[in-house]
Design a protein. Structure first.
Length: 760
């Protein structure tokens, strides 16, 4: 072949050809070689091959050329990178050959390159895709499989072996072997689903379980379809298996969390309200609808401002600023408005809602209706106020009783003297009557303060009320009718009958005054069982049986302001001089001291009901015996008495009164001195001692110590009040004579204690 023909062949082939000397210097380059690398052929002639080889591949090319020159290898072939004229890289398939001369010596090198850049990019992308697919399958725990239906050979991807926890080297994959790995209860379902899909030429998807030797269970979802020959013969099935155990576990937890959230959302007593950025309600729980009185459709038309009174809007705007800055609010005290217009107090806690970018999307609000709590707090404050007033009133009554004892006693001593004329006796009797009225007032004060002397016993309250009807009709007048409505089987009450009758009389008189033109009084008596935990009984729990005695009148009723103060002593709506304001306070104190309580229900124009709740007695009611007045004063026979009283005026009256009754009194001012006097062996027939004494030794201490020294020596105690603590301590051990008392009462108690007669 002549030179022109060789040149046409050299430059006409579709592969790149280049010739270098044994040192790697280009001596000839065809057009295709230069084009692949972006050069003109003339630009490369005389240049080293290093100019077009990727720097990272130069060392290997040098080593291979040396081996070829040494005869170690005949040629060199590989896929490698070359450098274009613009500096970019191109992948080529290189075949390098050594041409020797006639003597067998190295003469020159021939390089053949083929542009495989596009193919290499595609293959590289494919390999990357396959790698990503394998990684995605690993992450998703998803494996692929293919079953040759003719040979029953099953091919699993590595991920399926991982899911089934099987070593590929020891498992011969087949359809039967696959079925054996499925939970026994699921095998039939899986097999039928697969066979049906092959038969019906459809895809199938089924979730089933894998069971492991250690008892563990995995849940997988399997999908597949089948490829068929032209004649319809099924050839092979292929599909995927994915481990969804973690997903199912997460879904179960999410369902449980959703159920818990939904339960709380639906059943929490507080209102939960969700708003958007326009402050319009978009979500709310049943408690919110019940609290505000709207339907769900109506609530979606509401805004925060529409259910908040205007006077709170400014404070609400300030709270919004705080919520936007902090993301939440503290406890806010506001008011809301129900659909019916009722305004009620609330406590609100609000939280800002944000989307995934952190932008606000609205608010969550937790709203609590505190109407009941505010009412209870108000009742508790009222009970505490009444308790404080009671303590003050009790102390005043105690001191007042001492004063009345002095006045009454000295007046009676004057009246007992023979030299007093009839006119003076009349004046004294009037003064004594006044002191008796004062004593009645103090008894009412003590009743309110729960420090009066009670003699509780099982009592038929209904019988007492029925027995009072005739007297009440005479007292109240013909313009007022009285009806008694008693349930059958009413329990006995543990009360003081006399104090109960006085309470009924006070209620009746109040009812009469509320009906100046006449009316009707109804007294209802029956059994009730009520919770013990009440604002007026904060220390009680559970339930308790009571006898309810309720008096209802048809009078003008009370306003809320009057009801709030109705039980306070000396509070009255009557004109000056027409009422003491102690009637209801006495009823209140009697009920509380008896272990019960009082409820008041009234409103202007619809009358008043006062209900006394009396504790149930466990024993049958006893008949209440009437007491005959003492016709004559019991006198002593010169017995020596030890008197213990720290008030000098009371002490002086007692000393003179005892002398006038025929006794020989020895007086002392404190309990310690009295105990020493008894210990010294005095021939005392009785000890008369006040309860409250100085120096830390009370009258009960005196009685207890004297009983240990002389069990036969009676002790009679005096007290301006007798609260339950004193009554419980003294109880059946000593007699308590309650101030103020007159000479006749003192004489009767002394005679009874000394065995001379019965107490008056």
């Amino acid at each position: 072949m002549d030179a022109p023909a060789l040149d046409r062949l050299f430059n006409g082939v579709t592969v790149g050809l280049a010739v270098t000397d044994t040192s790697g210097i280009f001596t000839a380059v065809n057009a295709r070689f230069a084009a692949i690398l972006g050069y003109n052929p003339a630009d490369l002639v005389g240049q080293s091959f290093r100019k077009v080889v990727h720097p990272e591949d130069v060392a290997e090319d040098v080593d291979r050329i040396r081996e070829m020159l040494e005869g170690a290898i005949p040629g060199y072939s590989r896929e490698k990178r070359h450098v274009r004229a613009d500096g970019s890289f191109v992948w080529v398939n290189l075949n390098l050959s050594l041409i020797r001369d006639a003597d067998g010596q190295p003469d020159y090198l021939v390089a053949v390159i083929e542009d495989i850049d596009q193919r290499h990019t595609i293959l590289h992308a494919l390999r990357d895709s396959e790698a990503r697919l394998r990684e995605a399958q690993r992450i998703a725990q998803l494996g692929s499989w293919e079953l040759d239906l003719a040979t029953n050979r099953l091919h699993w991807s590595p991920e399926i072996y991982t899911i089934f926890e099987i070593d590929p080297g020891i498992f011969e994959a087949s359809y039967e072997a696959f079925l054996n790995k499925i939970h026994p209860d699921d095998r039939t379902l899986v097999n039928e689903a697969f066979l049906r899909s092959v038969r019906e030429r459809g895809t199938y998807e089924i979730t089933h379980r894998l069971q492991f030797p250690d008892g563990r269970i995995k849940h997988v979802v399997e999908r597949g379809n089948t490829i068929y020959a032209e004649d319809g013969t099924p050839l092979r099935s292929r599909g995927t298996v994915q481990d969804i155990s973690a997903q199912l576990s997460v879904e179960a937890e999410l369902r449980a969390a959703e159920e818990r959230y939904r339960f709380l959302f639906e059943n929490i007593p507080d209102a939960l309200l969700l708003t958007n950025n326009d402050r319009r309600y978009t979500q709310f729980n049943p408690a919110a609808l019940k609290m505000l009185g709207y339907t769900a459709e109506e609530m979606r038309e509401r805004t925060i401002e529409s259910i908040t009174p205007p006077r709170w809007h400014a404070a609400m705007q300030e709270a919004m600023v705080e919520i936007n800055e902090r993301g939440y609010s503290g406890v806010l005290d506001y008011e809301h408005v129900r659909k019916n217009g009722e305004v009620f107090p609330i406590e609100v806690r609000a939280f800002l809602r944000r989307d995934e970018t952190g932008e606000p999307t609205g608010m969550w609000a937790v709203v609590r209706d505190v109407s009941d709590r505010r009412a209870l707090e108000e009742q508790l404050r009222g009970a505490q106020k009444m308790e404080a007033i009671g303590q003050l009133t009790g102390g005043m009554a105690h001191d007042f009783n001492n004063l009345l004892s002095i006045i009454m006693g000295n007046l009676e001593l004057l009246a007992m003297r023979h030299e007093v004329n009839e006119q003076d006796k009349t004046l004294i009797k009037r003064a004594v009557a006044a002191t008796q009225r004062g004593a009645k007032l103090t008894r009412r004060l003590l009743a309110f303060a729960r420090r009066q002397s009670l003699n509780p016993q099982p009592t038929d309250a209904g019988a007492l009320v029925r027995g009072m009807v005739a007297m009440l009709r005479r007292t109240l007048g013909e313009a007022i009718s009285i009806e008694v409505d008693e349930e059958t089987g009413t329990w006995p009450s543990m009360i003081d009958p006399a104090q109960f009758e006085e309470a009924i009389l006070n209620l009746a008189i109040n009812a009469r005054d509320a009906m100046p033109a006449g009316g009707r009084i109804t007294i209802a008596i029956g059994n009730v069982v009520v919770p013990r935990s009440r604002p007026d009984q904060p220390d009680r729990q559970g339930e308790a049986p009571f006898v309810r005695v309720a008096m209802t009148d048809t009078g003008g009723g009370m306003s809320a302001e009057v009801m709030a103060r109705a039980f306070e002593p000396f509070f009255t709506t009557k004109d000056v001089g027409k009422g003491t304001g102690l009637g209801l306070s006495m009823v209140y104190g009697f009920a509380r001291q008896s272990g019960g309580y009082v409820q008041l229900d009234s409103a202007p124009g619809r009358g008043t009901t006062v209900a006394i709740f009396l504790p149930r007695a466990r024993e049958p009611a006893v008949a209440v015996a009437s007491v005959d007045p003492v016709s004559a004063i019991e006198r002593g026979a010169g017995e020596r008495l030890l008197v213990v009283e720290d008030n000098p005026d009371v002490r002086a009256w007692l000393e003179e009164g005892l002398i006038s009754l025929g006794y020989r009194p020895t007086v002392t001012t404190d309990g310690a001195a009295a105990i020493e006097a008894v210990r010294a062996g005095g021939d005392y027939a009785l000890v008369l001692s006040d309860v409250v004494l100085p120096s830390g030794v009370s009258g009960f201490d005196v009685a207890r110590t004297i009983r240990s020294l002389r069990p036969d020596l009676p002790v009679l105690l005096m007290s301006g009040f007798a609260d339950q603590a004193l009554q419980g301590e003294g109880g059946h051990e000593v007699i308590v004579l309650h101030k103020p008392f007159n000479i006749r009462q003192l004489a009767a108690q002394l005679a009874a204690a000394l065995g001379h007669g019965a107490p008056a």
